[in-house]
Every structure is written in structure tokens, then in C-alpha cells.
Design a protein around this ligand. Structure first.
Ligand code: UTP
Ligand code: MG
Length: 609
């Protein structure tokens, strides 16, 4: 799903004062900047209006009256004020930039921080695209609102107000005509803006669909060709592009219509003013300068009106963005330290699962009444068909989730009495698809213990047998792994993850073995690496390799959230039950050949009989 998709959720409706207040709260820590920029904006817009007033004076006092002294005086004032205005313009542009950066930084920082604290269950429920869209598009839009939005509307409102005041001073009756037209102008401007925005949104929505189509067609090109779907896909694509063209056409049409409409309305106002001044010209109350000033005020007011209308139209979306950001910030992590949670200093010792039940969303148990005691230093292999609950058991032990019923004891303590930090900092996990962060190999290993020295890092790599292939890279430990480790093979990534786990020196080691096959050399290195870590540590391996399974002290066959069989390799084979089936089906074509199985069976049969 493209990230854009999640951006276009519709606003849920009524104005929320609460959201508005929280947006203002975002600006509070930076109030000196806000104050500074408001002052600058106010100076600029008052001066704008005043300049028009000065022009009137130049005409009426200087030119019409031929008063050179007055003209000079006005020009000097003009010059000084222009400088003041230039300084103020510089000030507000600069301050808005700084303010925007700060608000954006605050928002992203707090979102990042919060995301790190959220429980795993949140991430399995919430699409990554949705989260990314909050962090990128929504923070951007809120930052825009609190900076340029506030700036434009402050500038616009003050500009309109000062213009109106000056007009009232010059001729209050004429000013009333203008004031009567203003709401109408504003209404039309907002309506246009909203519709244009809607069309552009449509264009973007369709555009992200088109991008997705391209993406799927290119990455799935073999399937498309194999199924002869080219014509069908082309037709679907054609529909999307023509929808996009229509929306783009409507947007262009509305945009083109917008300015002339506003101009016509203001022209009607101007017509009224000229008609009035023509009618009163005989009485001499209305000068040429005044007429000129009115026309200037009227036409220059069109810009602030448009600006305010734009901010107003966009505000709804910015508020919706803010609402979504706050909803993310307000999500409380489901797994938190209990009050009084403590760190026992070590989690060595027995691990006990007592009548443990677990389910994800609905109340359909995924783990049912699990009872298990794991001795300190034991190596346990979990095997079983897909969806049985192996990963779930391991996630529960890591306390990424907590049991719904029953409990887990570590070293005799119910583990919910311990702090999360106490547990998670002492468990080393190697995932099925090991995750590397973009950076160097060295940095990725050091992720296990940030303060590790170079020697420690290399020693860890040597211990798991990763040193070998790392040395062969051009830059050795400083080789870049690419985003997510794309430049390395799966086996290499596993070895680096193993080195990372070794370096963190965990008290409990957990590994979800990769199902994808690696070459035999890497396989045996991984095996050696695992043996090195498993020494003197409680280890739980979700095993796919026969070699691991055979070295485990105990093998648990997990079926349907329960322990179906338990014992070591030889014992379980003898049972001729689920393990035996799994073994003959799944592992027979590995390094052990059918002959071995046959022999072992015979021996088992012999010793049983
Ligand atoms: P597991 O993911 O624990 O199974 O899911 P597994 O034994 O490790 O399977 P493989 O070998 O890796 O394939 C156990 C059950 O929990 C459900 C799954 O659909 C499965 O039925 N489940 C898992 C959820 O409902 N939500 C999740 O987030 C994860
Ligand atoms: Mg799994």
C-alpha cells in the first residue's frame, strides 16, 4: 500500500477545540519566536496600508497643491519606513523558518520516542504505511499550519483591518460599501479554494493508485505474462489515467475561474466607489488622491483575502492531521512496568510457564494451557507445523506480549513483577529474517552493546565464525550493509545477528532459524556460532535445521498452541508420532539421507521390540 493512501483519510467532522488548543501548546515552548514573528508581520502589514495612505498624501498635498517641502518630507518618511519594512520582512521569514523547524523537530521527536515505547501488538495491528504517513505528511502539514498558516492569516487579517481603518478615515461612507462586499468576497474565495483543493486531492489519490499499479505490474511482470493478463491490466490502467485526467481538468478549470470571479466582485465594488465619487465630485469632499487610495486599497485587499481563504480551506486538513498525530501520541503502550516493578539483577534460573493462555484479537486461544519448565542452561528446540504458535511462545517469553491467563515465572518471579528493561536487556534474540540497519557491519554488531570496543566486536564475530567472510570484504568491518542489509545474503545477515547477540552477552538466547536454505559452508558456520552462544545459557530455538534439533536437550513439538510431544531426538523418533512424521517429511532430504532414518527406525524398532 503506498504511503499516500493513508494520507487521504477523510476528516471526521466537527471542529475540535481540543485539537486547536494542543496545536497552540506546540508553539508555547517557542513563544519568543512566535511573538517576534507576529510583531514583524504586524509592522509589515500596517506599513503596507500606510504606504497607500502616503501615496494619497503625495498626490493631494504634494502634487495637487505643488508643495515641494511637504513632498520632500513625505518622501523621506517613505524611505525610512521602507527600510523598516524590509527589516521586518527579513525578520518574519527568518523567524517562521526557525519556528517551523522547531515544531517539526518536536513533533517528530515525540512521535519517534512514543513509537519506541509502544508494544508489539500495536505494530501488528497498525499498517506501517499509516504510521509513516503520520510521521512524514502529518507533521509537515501541522508545521505548515503553525508557521505559514499563522503567518498568512495574521498578515491577511491585519492588512484587511488596517486598510479598512484607513478607508474609514478617508471616507466612512465609501468604506461601508467596501465592508459590505468583504464577507461576500471571502465566502466566494473560500468556496473556490475548497473545491480546488478537493480536485487536487483526487488527483493525488488516483496518482498513488497509478504508482501502485506500476509497481505491481513491474514486480509481478512474470505472473502477468504467464497468465496473459496484459490486456486486462492495460484496460484497468487506462481507467485510472482517464479518471486522473478528468480530475486534473476540473482542478485547472476551477483555478482558472477563481481569480476572474474574485476580480469581478471587487470590480463591482470599485464601480460603486467611482460612481459615488463622480456624484460627489462637485461638492469637493472627495479628492483625486482619495479616489486613488480607495482603488489601491480595494485591489490590494484581494491578495490578503485569497491568502486567508486558502489558510481557512486548508485548516480542516491540518486539523485532521493534528488529530491523527495526537491519536498516535495518546495510544498507551499495552505492556508497561507495573508500579514497583524491579530489576532482580539477573534473570538466570528456571523459566516456568504455568497454565498459560494467549490470544491475539478475538478470544480464540492461540496458546492453550501451556505448562513447561525450562532449566537454566538448557537448550530447547521448538518444532511444529506452521501456525502452531512457536513464534507466539517466544514473543511471550520476551514479554512483547503478556499471557492472557496463567503466568510466566523467571527465576521464581512472576515476570510481570519485573521491569521490562530487566527482562528485555538480558534476552538476545535472532529473528528468522534478521534485521540489519543501514550502516557498517561494525555498527550493526555493536548495536548489541553500544559501548563495545573494537576488540570485543571482532571477538564476537570470530566466535560465531563471521570474521571469515567479513575479512573478505573490501572494507572489512567497515563495509556498508545497505538499507535493511540488502547487500548481504541471508546467511551472512544471520551470522552478523549472531555476533550481535554474542556481544550483548544475553542470559537467555532465542533464535528463530531461517527457513530459507543457505549453502552448506554458511550453514555449518551458523551452527558453530549458535553452539558458541548456547554454551551455559538457556536457549530456545525455533528449529528448522536437523543439526540444531539433534543438539537440543529437549525438543517440543508445538501443535495448535499446545505441546504435542516432548523429548530428545531418539525418544521422539521411537514414539513414531508427530515428530516422526515431521522428521521424515521435512528433514529427510537434508544432510541426513533416507538410509539413516531407516537405520534409526530399525534400531528403534529393535530396542522397542
Ligand atoms: P505463530 O506465528 O505463533 O505460529 O502463530 P508459528 O508456529 O510461529 O508458525 P510458523 O512456523 O512461523 O509459520 C500462531 C497463530 O497465531 C495467529 C496465527 O494466525 C496463527 O494461527 N497470529 C499470529 C495472529 O492471530 N496474530 C499475530 O499477530 C500473529
Ligand atoms: Mg513463526
Amino acid at each position: 500500500m503506498p504511503a499516500d493512501f493513508y494520507e487521504e483519510e477523510d476528516f471526521q467532522g466537527q471542529f475540535k477545540g481540543n485539537v486547536f488548543k494542543r496545536i497552540l501548546d506546540l508553539m508555547r515552548p517557542h513563544w519568543p519566536w512566535v511573538l517576534g514573528f507576529l510583531i514583524c508581520v504586524i509592522i509589515v502589514s500596517i506599513l503596507d496600508a500606510y504606504f497607500t495612505y502616503l501615496s494619497k498624501q503625495i498626490v493631494d498635498r504634494g502634487i495637487v497643491n505643488k508643495d515641494i517641502n511637504a513632498l520632500q518630507q513625505i518622501l523621506v518618511n517613505y524611505g525610512i519606513l521602507i527600510l523598516v519594512q524590509a527589516a521586518a520582512v527579513f525578520g518574519f521569514v527568518f523567524l517562521v523558518g526557525v519556528l517551523g523547524e522547531r515544531v517539526r523537530y518536536d513533533l517528530r521527536q515525540s512521535l519517534f520516542n512514543h513509537l519506541q515505547r509502544l508494544s508489539l501488538s500495536y505494530f501488528s495491528r497498525t499498517p506501517v504505511g499509516w504510521i509513516m504517513s503520520r510521521v512524514t505528511n502529518d507533521t509537515e502539514r501541522v508545521a505548515e499550519l503553525v508557521t505559514w498558516g499563522v503567518l498568512d492569516s495574521t498578515w491577511g487579517v491585519i492588512n484587511i483591518l488596517t486598510s479598512v481603518i484607513f478607508m474609514l478615515v478617508i471616507d466612512w461612507r465609501l468604506a461601508l460599501i467596501v465592508i459590505a462586499i468583504l464577507p461576500f468576497l471571502f465566502y466566494v474565495a473560500v468556496q473556490f479554494r475548497k473545491r480546488i483543493l478537493e480536485q487536487f486531492r483526487n488527483v493525488r489519490k488516483i496518482n498513488s493508485k497509478i504508482t501502485a499499479s506500476y509497481n505491481e505490474n513491474i514486480s509481478g511482470v512474470r505472473v502477468v505474462k504467464a497468465l496473459g493478463r496484459e490486456d486486462e491490466n492495460l484496460r484497468e490502467f487506462g481507467e485510472q489515467t482517464s479518471a486522473m485526467r478528468k480530475a486534473g481538468y476540473r482542478a485547472a478549470w476551477l483555478s482558472a475561474l477563481f481569480l476572474p470571479s474574485v476580480q469581478i466582485i471587487s470590480a463591482v465594488g470599485l464601480g460603486g466607489i467611482i460612481w459615488y465619487s463622480g456624484a460627489t465630485v462637485g461638492s469637493g469632499t472627495f479628492s483625486i488622491g482619495s479616489l486613488q487610495a480607495f482603488i489601491t486599497y480595494m485591489t490590494s485587499m484581494l491578495w490578503p483575502i485569497q491568502d486567508v481563504a486558502r489558510v481557512f480551506a486548508e485548516m480542516q486538513r491540518a486539523l485532521a492531521s493534528a488529530e491523527r498525530i495526537f491519536s498516535l501520541v495518546d495510544t498507551t503502550p499495552e505492556i508497561l512496568d507495573k508500579p514497583g516493578a524491579f530489576d532482580p539483577g539477573t534473570i538466570r534460573g528456571e523459566i516456568q510457564f504455568e497454565h498459560m493462555y494467549f490470544w491475539y484479537e478475538d478470544e480464540l486461544p492461540v496458546i492453550k494451557d501451556l505448562n513447561l519448565t525450562i532449566q537454566h542452561g538448557e537448550t530447547i528446540a521448538l518444532v511444529g507445523s506452521t501456525g502452531g504458535g512457536k513464534t507466539t511462545i517466544v514473543n511471550l517469553l520476551c514479554r512483547f506480549y503478556e499471557p492472557k491467563r496463567g503466568r510466566i515465572l523467571i527465576g521464581g518471579h512472576d515476570y510481570t513483577d519485573l521491569s521490562l528493561q530487566a527482562i528485555q536487556s538480558r534476552i538476545g534474540v535472532v529473528l528468522q529474517t534478521p534485521h540489519l540497519f543501514s550502516g557498517t557491519i561494525r555498527e550493526n554488531i555493536a548495536y548489541g552493546r553500544l559501548k563495545a570496543s573494537q576488540q570485543d566486536i571482532e571477538a564476537a564475530a570470530k566466535l560465531v565464525g563471521a570474521d571469515h567472510f567479513i575479512q573478505r570484504f573490501e572494507h572489512g568491518y567497515d563495509e556498508q550493509v545497505g538499507e535493511g542489509g540488502v547487500l548481504l545474503s541471508v546467511g551472512q545477515k544471520q551470522l552478523i545477528s549472531l555476533a550481535r547477540a554474542v556481544l550483548s552477552n544475553p542470559e537467555i538466547f532465542i533464535m528463530d532459524e531461517a527457513t530459507s536454505s543457505v549453502d552448506t559452508l554458511t550453514e555449518s558456520m551458523i551452527q558453530k556460532g549458535m553452539e558458541a552462544i548456547m554454551q551455559d545459557r538457556t536457549s530456545i530455538i525455533i528449529a528448522h535445521r536437523l543439526s540444531t534439533i539433534k543438539t537440543a536437550h529437549r525438543i517440543l513439538v508445538i501443535e495448535d498452541g499446545q505441546i504435542a510431544e516432548m523429548g530428545n531426538h531418539a525418544e521422539l523418533l521411537k514414539l513414531k508420532g508427530k515428530y516422526y512424521n515431521l522428521y521424515t517429511r521435512q528433514f529427510r532430504f537434508e544432510r541426513e539421507d533416507a538410509y539413516n532414518i531407516f537405520k534409526e527406525n530399525n534400531q528403534a524398532n529393535l530396542s522397542a521390540g
